[in-house]
Design a protein around this ligand. Structure first.
Ligand SMILES: Nc1ncnc2c1ncn2[C@@H]1O[C@H](COP(=O)(O)OP(=O)(O)O)[C@@H](O)[C@H]1O
Ligand SMILES: [Mg+2]
Length: 313
């Protein structure tokens, strides 16, 4: 057994002369949340489709749950659950019937199946709507039902393709807390999103996908640290202390009115310690000390040169 739930190397996919995935490498440790972040048309769904055996790559190797997606597709499918970008629920059935259908298709016993359906309806706040036809459901309810259906088979690796796109804030929060619960149970999550805050909130690691290439990979904090603009802000009690600190920290910029000093740095522990040591050396104490890192919107702009709203067409 390897500790990688998903391992991708040199993945390429083109449609005619259009290169959609241009050499993707990534590794997702078991029991973690990995987020593939990118704007519309970046290649997120294509990646998910290859990783879940729905389409074949042109080249590269992809192993999911230790199995090759090309030669061991059946074993891969047995280990995964997939919630697509467009909910795959049956409109004509009720929510409960959709779930029961999944139970009937799975090897669980009837009694156990009924318990699972009841539990999932409760967990996804769908009890009231359980006996209504899905055609009356909101987008958020469909998404939740779709994920609930995925969970019937108790998959260890779950692919969620833009699970919260178009959801209202409340449904989005519900989805987030369900995702966190799944990971707490040891499930591995591969999540695509266009929302930077979503990746920041949920993911252990993020890969930024832009036009079929990964332009960055790392923890949310690592990505933020790659940017210019990270700085430490020091606030002093008196103008004298501010002045003294500014003299020993020549790269800093001061705000006389707020009695603050902005010191550029990478925000890492080493540079922070050096900064504090330097202040100590001159017996200067700051009233307040904070590290400011840019958010993921800044990350995307800096890495790709364009904002996330740009739709590639
Ligand atoms: N079957 C297909 N034939 C031709 N082009 C496709 C096909 N599927 C996807 N594409 C193109 O590949 C690019 C990436 O699509 P997709 O993976 O759906 O992106 P995302 O999910 O990030 O929005 C888009 O430019 C899309 O038009
Ligand atoms: Mg997509």
């Amino acid at each position: 057994m390897t500790s990688s739930a998903i391992a991708v190397s040199g993945l390429r996919k083109s449609y005619k002369d259009k290169i959609v995935l241009d050499g993707i490498d990534l590794d997702v440790p078991a029991g973690t949340i990995f987020s593939l972040l990118g704007p519309n048309g970046a290649g997120k769904t294509t990646t998910v489709n290859v990783l879940t055996t729905l389409i074949r790559a042109d080249s590269g190797t992809v192993r999911v749950a230790g199995h090759d997606v090309g030669t061991e597709a059946r074993a891969v499918r047995a280990a995964i659950g997939v919630t697509g970008q467009f909910a795959a629920v049956d409109e004509l059935l009720t929510g409960q019937e959709n779930l029961q259908l999944m139970v009937d298709l799975s090897p669980v016993r009837a009694k156990e199946g009924r318990r699972i359906v009841t539990e999932l309806l409760e967990r996804f706040e769908l009890v009231e709507a359980a006996r209504k036809s899905v055609s009356t459901y909101s987008g958020g309810m469909r998404r939740k039902l779709d994920l609930a259906m995925t969970l019937v088979g108790n998959p260890r690796i779950i692919f969620l393709d833009e699970p919260t796109t178009g959801l209202d804030p409340r449904s989005r929060r519900t989805m987030w807390s369900i995702i966190r619960e799944l990971v707490a149970d040891g499930v591995t999550i591969f999540l695509t999103t266009q929302y930077l805050d979503e990746a920041d909130q949920l993911a252990d690691r993020i890969a930024v996908l832009d036009q079929g290439r990964l332009v960055a990979q790392g923890t949310p904090d690592e990505l933020k640290r790659q940017l210019p603009g990270t700085h430490v802000r020091l606030r002093f009690a008196t103008a004298e202390e501010l002045e003294a600190a500014a003299l020993i920290l020549p790269d800093s910029t001061r705000d006389e009115e707020a009695l603050t000093l902005r010191v550029p740095g990478d925000g890492g522990t080493r540079s922070l310690r050096a900064l504090l040591d330097r202040l100590d050396e001159y017996s200067i104490g700051a009233e307040e000390f904070s590290v400011h890192t840019p958010d993921l919107d800044d990350v995307f702009l800096a890495l790709t040169g364009h904002a996330t709203e740009v739709v590639a067409k």
